[in-house]
Design a protein around this ligand. Structure first.
Ligand code: HDE
Length: 695
């Protein structure tokens, strides 16, 4: 792949492919003749201490792991780029937002928050959405979340929240789950958690894919223009594929069927050229309107309803490259909420203020020293000139004086501008004169030292209720089911019974998943075609081709890998995977083509003979599109409720759609009418309100 941007060229210098041309060596470059045996005193004798190669190899191995992140340990990363649609100079002097011709390289890491490094992807949790922009003015990290609100208002409560969320202190259980006593004990005693808990109980906590997940900066930030004027800003990432979720039953089964479900999905999409894309949007609030809301802009448990302040699109981010090395890049990447560039500033949100301290601190522990900004994934593209020196893992060979001011060797060419000059620049007359220098926003401060929380942070119920009243009926049903499940797992009766009181009925439609369905495309959606001996092979191929043409990933699942015989003489149908090795939860939709065979017949490895029937039942229960063609309709009818309308039910031919169940009597082929009805059903993602399947 050509090195398209500066970051990729920079990485190129560190890339190591294979072992090179020569023989294996030790870390010291000494050639090893025979790498497969340790040096022993006799062929059956003890290993000798002098075998430096053996000792070096085992010692290095024993040190391969670094401490995992205390939160967000489980993550997946990718490279890409960001480009603004047009100049945002009216609000910010940040160079990467000022020129639509500038593409800024990015590295993004998505993560779960609670579980350890090896935990499953589809747990109920908020997700990290951390973006490192390698801008020409230094690195900007937007270390965000898939929820727009956080659980606590003050960073001093963060360790308490995390301790409660992580496994129980004695057993360490559960892994990656909130359904246990300490979490519910804490949240029921700390009512500011309520709004984020509503999000956690909703389907928002179960993304279908990282590619279909929104991101939020959560805090109110500042944008600062070239004249030093500041505007409050909330950041939003909106996925081009729309926002889609799993259902709880499916998410749980996925944890076993494919614990890497999200990691695999992201990796495979990028590897196959289906580059995921997000739009960056901002909600802007002029400084004068700081107090125009019935909540505090500094309170990270609140959203600014989009109906009140619309999200303005400012640019797009595309992820187009998987990392070369998981450890070196996805594991060693170090995000820091304090990494900002000129034109972006902080507010006094007490959660943000705590984060400005915490990330550097944790990285010193995790990465073992202060020089982690020299690691390839963390290294800025902007020139780095500091007087920081030495420390563990120092790569640079500094020879110049390491203090300012200095006069040796020609003096310091990188001397900062004098303080007085900087202050003069705080309101520069000409925008260009402030280029490149980071100025802290000269916010006027004053107050009495206190640990008291502002009264403006006291309302914990209104926005939790706003969320509840704004989502669709099916989303509300899922929230109730989630509370039932979670509290059902809580042992302490006292904790189970603690709960908040009601609040007024106000809505913000933008909070519903219904409002974020996406463009109607089925690109990269995974569709299973169930085939068996006797299948209408021409039809199975036709449906596969038609859906692939629309960008779906289509796999034929049969009783065994290889191929099955077709219904018509001489025809055959290729099988991508043996059905008993997969499950409906790994797909978005299923098709039963026609033919003379029974598509629900058991195959090799199908322990109880019900794998195919279970596949279709699960897809139906989880609200996924189910299609049946020709004689496949009969097989579906044997499972589906009688109330469902299907083609051939006295209604004659053509395509019939009922609650995302799409049927068509065609034989030997598929009609355009069927394909587009099925594609629409897939794009709609899930279909609720179906008649229940008989048990
Ligand atoms: Fe973090 N958070 N956080 N956080 N956070 C970390 O930093 C912390 C918060 C978020 O992919 C840690 O390098 C405090 C909010 C993401 O590498 C640590 C507080 C949001 C990631 C830390 C918060 C986040 C982290 C652990 C409350 C959403 C993963 C390892 C004041 C806006 C980044 C590390 C990655 C990681 C501290 C609250 C997002 C300990 C003290 C709110 C996406 O420094």
């Amino acid at each position: 792949m050509p090195e398209s941007d500066g970051k990729q060229r920079q990485r190129g210098a560190h890339r190591v492919n294979g072992q090179g041309d020569g023989p294996l060596t030790t870390d010291q470059g000494v050639v090893i003749g025979q790498p497969d045996g340790s040096v022993r005193a006799g062929e059956r004798g003890p290993t000798l201490l002098e075998d430096f190669h053996f000792r070096e190899k085992l010692t290095h191995f024993g040190h391969e792991r670094i401490p995992e992140r205390v939160v967000h340990a489980r993550g997946s990363g990718a490279y890409g780029y960001f480009e603004p649609y047009e100049s945002c100079a009216a609000y910010t002097r940040a160079a990467f937002l000022r020129d639509p011709a500038v593409r800024t390289p990015v590295f993004v890491r998505f993560s779960t928050a609670q579980g350890p490094r090896g935990s499953a992807d589809t747990v109920r949790d908020s997700r990290g959405f951390a973006v490192k922009f390698y801008t020409s003015e230094g690195n900007f990290d937007l270390v965000g979340s898939s929820f727009p609100v956080f659980f606590v208002q003050d960073g001093i409560k963060f360790p308490d929240f995390v301790h409660a969320f992580k496994g129980e202190p004695d057993s360490g259980m559960p892994t990656g789950a909130s359904a246990h006593d300490t979490l519910w004990d804490f949240v029921s005693l700390q009512p500011e958690t309520l709004h984020a808990v509503m999000w956690l109980m909703s389907d928002r906590a179960l993304p279908r894919s990282y590619r279909m997940m929104p991101g939020y900066g959560v805090h109110t930030f500042r944008l600062v223009d070239a004249y030093g004027n500041s505007t409050f800003c909330k950041f939003h990432w909106k996925p081009l594929l729309g926002v889609h979720s799993l259902v709880w039953d499916e998410a749980q089964e996925c944890q076993g069927r494919d614990p890497d479900f999200h990691r695999r999905d992201l990796w495979e999409a990028i590897a196959s050229g289906e580059y995921p894309e997000w739009e960056l949007g901002v909600q802007l609030v002029p400084e004068e309107e700081e107090f125009a809301f019935d909540f505090d802009l500094l309170d990270p448990t609140k959203v600014i309803p989009e109906e009140q302040v619309p999200v303005q699109p400012v640019g797009r981010m595309v992820l187009d490259r998987n990392p070369d090395n998981f450890f070196a890049e996805t594991e060693q990447v170090a995000f820091h909420a304090a990494n900002v560039v000129p034109g972006i500033g902080f507010t006094d949100d007490p959660l943000l203020q705590a984060r400005l301290f915490s990330y550097m601190d944790t990285q010193l522990n995790r990465l073992g020293g202060p020089n982690f900004a020299q690691l390839p994934v963390n290294k800025p593209l902007a020139p780095v000139r500091t007087t920081q020196r030495d420390g563990r893992h120092q790569y640079a060979l500094h020879s110049q004086a390491s203090y300012t001011p200095h006069s040796l060797g020609g003096g310091c060419t990188a001397e900062p501008e004098k303080q007085e000059e900087q202050e003069e620049q705080e309101k520069p007359e000409k925008p260009e004169s402030s280029n490149g220098v980071f100025l802290h926003h000269p916010e006027r401060l004053g107050g009495t030292k206190t640990r008291r929380r502002s009264g403006s942070f006291a309302d914990h119920c209104s926005q939790a209720a706003l969320f509840w009243h704004s989502v669709g009926d099916w989303e509300r049903r899922h929230i109730v089911e989630a509370f039932r499940f979670e509290l059902g797992r809580v042992g302490s009766v006292a904790v189970r019974e603690r709960g908040p009181s009601g609040a007024p009925e106000v809505t913000s439609p933008a909070l519903s998943l219904e409002a974020a369905r996406g463009s109607g495309s089925i690109r990269t959606r995974r569709v299973a075609v169930l085939v068996t001996d006797g299948v209408d092979a021409r039809q199975a191929d036709a449906v596969r081709d038609a859906l692939k043409e629309r960008g779906a990933v289509v796999e034929a699942l049969g009783p065994r890998a290889g191929e099955v015989h077709g219904h018509d003489d001489g025809t055959a149908c290729a099988v991508d995977r043996a059905l008993p090795t997969v499950a409906s939860v790994l797909y978005d939709a299923v098709v039963l083509p026609g033919g003379s065979g029974d598509p629900l017949a058991p195959g090799a490895g199908d322990a109880d003979g019900h794998a195919a029937a279970r596949f279709v039942r699960d897809a139906y229960r989880h609200g996924k599109p189910v299609a049946a063609l020709g004689s496949g309709i009969g097989a579906l009818a044997a499972l589906a409720p009688e109330e469902l309308r299907t083609a051939g039910d006295g209604g004659g031919g053509g395509t019939v759609v009922d609650h995302g169940v799409v049927t068509d009597t065609a034989v030997g082929t598929v009609t355009e009418e069927f394909v587009s009805a099925f594609a629409d059903a897939i794009a709609a993602h899930r279909h609720w309100g179906r008649p229940r399947m008989p048990r």
